[in-house]
Design a protein. Structure first.
Length: 252
């Protein structure tokens, strides 16, 4: 059990290790180190392609959760390295964070804890935010989507959009792609086993261009300009699928 005196001693020890920074610096530096950040970036780059998946009904692929668990493990392993460096086991660190929370809740935010090189009582939640950011699934998705957009910034992009049962040409449908909702019109001549091909756009212009491309697709379909869409039969492939055909749309 970490007593108040033990907590004070640990803060002082960390302040000595901080080389002029506050008592939290030795832990934060471990998470911000170049080698660890390079490892995280390598993981993100290698797995970004899995996050190009289209989500027609708003649900997300199970594999995204599996990748998030791997991402979290990277941070857990780095925390193990950090705690070994600062000579703390996980139980002690948990209690140490509990004491920091007590300081946050019971002391003035600007109160400087003694022998900590200027650590203020109100800094705990910011520290906790950095420490636990990898646990946040939505934030993880933002990281992965940003990498997908970076990789696609100089490319033309086409996506396969499954057409749900019961929809036909002219019907509206919505999908999620990279965290953004898009609305499409099922093109003329395309149904089960069919596909529509729409020219892609560069992602370099950013999210506003994505929305513009989606709206342009709607406008063309509503105006009856089906000539801009090329329908290609995929009935052979659909025989191996339980769901109906696909529409291919450009989100650029």
């Amino acid at each position: 059990m970490l007593s108040a005196d033990d907590f004070d001693r640990k803060l002082s020890q960390l302040a000595i290790m901080a080389n002029g920074g506050t008592s939290l610096e030795p832990i934060l530096r471990g998470l911000q180190s170049f080698d660890f950040q390079a490892q995280v970036q390598e993981f993100v780059v290698a797995n970004a392609s899995a996050f190009e998946a289209v989500c027609p009904d708003g649900s997300q692929p199970l594999v995204w959760t599996q990748y998030h668990n791997e991402y979290r493990r990277l941070f857990d392993q780095q925390l193990d390295v950090i705690l070994k460096h600062v000579q703390m086991d996980h139980e002690t660190f948990h209690e140490f964070c509990g004491w920091l929370q007590e300081c946050q809740e019971n002391l003035d935010e600007d109160y400087e804890l003694p022998d900590t090189n200027g650590l203020r009582a109100g800094e705990f939640y910011a520290f906790l935010e950095v420490l636990t950011s990898s646990e946040n699934y939505d934030r993880f998705l933002q990281v992965m989507f940003a990498e997908v957009a970076r990789q696609q910034s100089q490319q033309s992009v086409e996506i396969d959009v499954p057409v749900p049962e019961g929809l036909s040409a002219g019907d509206a449908m919505a999908v999620e792609y990279m965290g953004t909702r898009y609305e499409f019109i099922v093109p003329e001549g395309c149904g089960a086993g069919g596909a529509a091909s729409v020219p892609g756009h560069s992602r370099g212009a950013g999210r506003a261009r994505q929305l513009g491309a989606a709206r342009a697709l709607q406008d063309r379909a509503r105006a009856g300009q089906a000539a801009a869409l090329v329908c290609a039969s995929r009935r052979a492939r659909s025989a191996h699928r339980k769901h109906p055909g696909n529409a291919v749309g450009a989100l650029g």
